[in-house]
Design a protein around this ligand. Structure first.
Ligand SMILES: Nc1ncnc2c1ncn2[C@@H]1O[C@H](COP(=O)(O)OP(=O)(O)OP(=O)(O)O)[C@@H](O)[C@H]1O
Ligand SMILES: [Mg+2]
Length: 511
């Protein structure tokens, strides 16, 4: 029966100049179903769904919604057809309240609103799905998860029956993710059609009914989730056999690089983010940092990099390769970086950190040199050589190294960010969320790159969300719990249960 088909795409092609983002894609989206869309970075997932949301208009092909052919030329058209999309980058206005954002831009309706009615309807939606939203709260006061909830409430308010979510969990904690999944399951029960774009295969397998795979802009196949597994999905995405093993070479001749002692940091909210933290870091090893979100990982890396105020009594000693010792507390971030202590933090908003969207890869490489105190205009050829290397080594999908980076797909922007940091040849490389938003294949490229750094004798500190990866990649794992070091474990022998326990409960160490 055709009744259950919400959207049919037939031969959809979308080009950006010489790039074919979508190449004659045909697929369907059904009601009462969660459909995952899977594909490597730059495979055309966001572009394809943007055509349903009215952001882009297809160059070729036909769209059918509820069995009727339609043209969608604006987000307003999409809403009229009951289609709503939550984007990779949110589209909310910071200084407005939740309620104002919800009614904002609802064209073709009366200009004035009865705010009580709006609040009442918002409350009904929130009660139905268990959302926790205060209509009077301003967007700038909200956490990432609250903003995302607001985006969902906004499209439900407008009566969406077809919901598209573009990498919604990339910025959520495991607890927030579980909450979102329960909401999506409830929506499926209510008969809605849900499309989930994600790179996390465990989410695909856990949540979706079917999974559609794109590769280099083309439709490859749709697999019912019960017959799928990680290997099948990865191979369909990549188009060839892939090995999903993380290498763990033994550290060679480890030497102490950092000695952190009694580090206490009180953050902007006046909360003790780190409390009397002490540990050592060695060359040629990967030290994984495990902890639930917000337990102090960010502050820890920032404190070492000179970006946090450290309470008196704390110290961070840096041992350079010639055996000299330097105290990093009180030293400027730039000087710490010049010593070779580098921090690469992949933020929730990838363009927010260290990259300029309107510039190409080459110019973004020069920015880093500028940071070192050199003129940005002196070494264009060096920068373009570096940009070329990163492009080929990490397989960055871009028409050229001079294409503005904001035109690259989300994951490709990130490869530029991480690649630039690694290319700087640091002595200590601290990375947080390095694979956020990367497809599984490229995540493994990053793990390999970190291992290469390790083999070169770099001390790597790795903060990541995936415990399995952390356990496979690290030599030692430092567990943080509410700002305390709750054990430093040998990653070769530690069990997942023990790490999990230490992440959530302070374990009393035997003296
Ligand atoms: N506005 C644009 N101008 C030029 N090229 C674009 C534009 N938007 C997307 N592209 C290109 O189209 C291709 C598909 O990009 P898209 O963002 O759809 O990929 P994606 O599958 O969503 O990737 P990711 O997983 O990294 O988010 C990429 O090569 C990208 O560089
Ligand atoms: Mg995308």
């Amino acid at each position: 029966m055709n009744e259950s088909i919400a959207v049919r795409m037939d031969g959809i092609t979308k080009r950006f100049g010489s790039v074919i983002a979508n190449d004659r894609v045909s697929m369907d989206i059904r009601y009462s179903e969660i459909l995952s869309i899977l594909g490597e970075n730059g495979s055309g997932k966001t572009t394809l769904m943007n055509m349903l949301a009215g952001i882009y208009y297809p160059d070729e092909g036909f769209l059918y919604v509820n069995g009727k052919e339609v043209t969608i030329t604006s987000p307003h058209d999409a809403f009229e057809l009951g289609i709503g999309m939550i984007h990779q980058h949110f589209k909310l206005i910071d200084v407005f309240t939740a309620a104002e954002n919800i009614i904002l831009g609802m064209k073709g309706e009366k200009r004035t609103y009865n705010i009580d009615e709006v609040n009442q309807k918002v409350k009904e939606i929130c009660d139905r799905y268990g959302f926790d939203i205060d209509p009077k709260m301003k967007v700038y006061e909200m956490s990432v998860a609250q903003k995302q909830t607001l985006e969902i409430v906004k499209i439900l308010y407008r009566g969406a029956n077809i919901l598209i979510l573009d990498e919604p969990t990339a910025v959520l904690t495991p607890q927030e993710t579980e909450k979102l999944f329960n909401i999506l399951r409830q929506m499926r029960k209510d008969g809605k059609a849900i499309v989930l774009i994600t790179h996390k295969l465990n989410e695909v397998l856990e949540l979706s009914d079917r999974v559609t795979i794109l590769r280099k802009g083309q439709y490859i196949t749709t697999i019912p989730t019960p017959v799928a597994n990680e290997q099948i999905l990865t191979e369909a995405m990549v188009g060839e056999k892939v090995t999903l093993d993380i290498e763990r070479p033994d550290p060679v001749n480890p030497q102490k690089r950092l000695s952190v002692k009694h580090l206490t940091v009180v953050n902007q909210e006046r909360i003790k983010a780190l409390d009397d933290v002490s540990f050592d870091v060695y060359s040629g090893e990967i030290l994984g940092v495990a902890g639930i979100s917000g337990c102090g990982q960010k502050e820890l890396l920032e404190a070492i990099a000179g970006l946090q105020n450290i309470e008196s009594g704390g110290s961070v000693e840096y041992y350079d390769k010639d055996g000299n010792t330097k105290e990093l507390v009180g030293v400027s971030p730039r000087e710490i970086r010049n010593y070779g202590v580098h921090l690469s933090f992949v933020p929730e908003d990838r363009l927010g950190m260290g990259l300029v969207g309107s510039m190409g890869m080459t110019e973004n490489m020069m920015l880093k040199d500028y940071d070192k105190g050199r003129s940005p205009f002196l070494n264009r050829s060096e920068s373009s050589k570096l940009a070329d290397e990163i492009k080929s080594e990490l397989d960055v999908v871009t028409p050229s190294i001079d294409t503005p980076v904001r035109k690259l797909s989300g994951g490709n922007v990130q490869k530029v960010l991480v690649g630039r940091e690694i290319a700087a040849e640091p002595a200590i490389l601290m990375t947080a969320y390095a694979v956020r938003g990367l497809d599984i294949n490229k995540s493994y490229t990053i793990y390999n790159l970190l291992n290469e750094q390790k083999k070169k004798g770099v001390a790597v500190i790795y903060v990541g969300e995936d415990l399995d990866v952390l356990m496979a990649l690290s030599d030692r794992i430092l567990v943080l719990c509410a700002g305390h070091v709750n054990g430093v474990l040998d990653a070769r022998t530690a069990s997942k249960e023990e790490i999990g326990l230490r992440m959530t409960n302070l374990v009393k160490e035997e003296a």
